[in-house]
Design a binder for this molecule. Structure first.
Ligand code: ATR
Length: 262
């Protein structure tokens, strides 16, 4: 029987996960089914339980359910434990397993651009779930220094104190968004500003050499500023493909090539 997969979220119509998983499957000669599932905000857990009880093989989880998915799992990977969020589910020996492939998706997308992460000095804008999910994979990929800059400094400090034990090998610092300065190899915009159509202004004293916008398909004042400075820049479609590839490889044991799908 063809294995069944799904992506669950609310809203879900916008999700590009089915087209990506079908594209990987076609390229690798695997047959699968992959549907979108809309779950009511208060009925996430029962939808997941029903899906696996009915023989589903794996699920991707998107906004706003990644934290609930984390709480639901019996077994978590190390990176999911650190992210405190899960975007990939599967069942094994009667237990619900969860992983978070977002951070590795970002790392793979950055490396596919031939931007180096080895000994990199990285500035991450924002201190929400998106930032939490990517720090550990960036450190494992070789980052030397990570600065978290946030509008609300206290939230960045909280994240720093939560994560520093998990990544002792990196210098993890915090800054207030308005007080940004220094020079970085890479700046990652992990705020939700572009998603909500808000402007983000970077001070001229801030120097950087590469710019990654996690959002995609939205006007981004962050990308505008990278362009104005002549800095190589990209938006988050590569990360989306990267996280999907990583989920696919967990479920199917084979890993599609990122560059084939960009
Ligand atoms: P996500 O899970 O996508 O990270 P989140 O947890 O709601 O979403 O976090 C959103 C992040 O974007 C926060 O760091 C937020 O800053 P605050 O902690 O100060 O709220 C940041 N953010 C959202 N809108 C912003 C804006 N217009 N300018 C700067 N930062 C913004």
């Amino acid at each position: 029987m063809v294995k069944r997969f799904a992506v669950i979220g609310n809203p879900i119509e916008q999700s590009r996960s089915p087209e990506l998983h079908f594209a990987f499957a076609k390229k690798l000669g695997i047959e699968l089914d992959y549907q979108k599932r809309l779950a009511p905000i208060d009925a996430f857990a029962s939808h997941v339980t029903d899906f696996f009880a009915q023989g589903g093989s794996g699920m991707n989880v998107t906004v706003p359910f990644k934290e609930q998915a984390y709480a639901l799992c019996d077994v978590l990977t190390e990176r999911a434990q650190i992210a405190k969020a899960v975007n990939t589910l599967w069942q094994q020996d009667g237990k619900l397993h969860g992983d978070n492939t977002d951070g590795q998706g970002l790392v793979d997308a950055i490396l596919a651009l031939n931007w180096s992460l080895q000994d990199a000095r990285i500035l991450i804008l924002g201190a929400g779930g998106a930032t939490r999910g990517v720090i550990y994979p960036l450190v494992k990929a070789g980052a030397k220094q990570i600065v978290i800059a946030n509008r609300t400094l206290q939230r960045a400090q909280q994240l720093q104190s939560d994560l520093k034990g998990a990544v002792p090998e990196v210098e993890l610092q915090v800054m207030e968004l308005t007080a940004l300065s220094g020079e970085f190899d890479l700046v990652i915009n992990a705020t939700s500003a572009s998603l909500t159509g808000e402007a983000l202004s970077l001070p001229p004293e801030l120097k950087f050499h590469h710019a990654y916008e996690m959002a995609y398909g939205k006007p981004s004042t962050f990308i505008d500023q990278a362009k104005a400075r002549g800095v190589p820049h990209t938006e988050g479609f590569g990360m989306l493909v990267g996280q999907a590839i990583e989920a696919f490889s967990i479920w199917h044991g084979v890993k599609p090539e990122l560059k084939d799908f960009l």
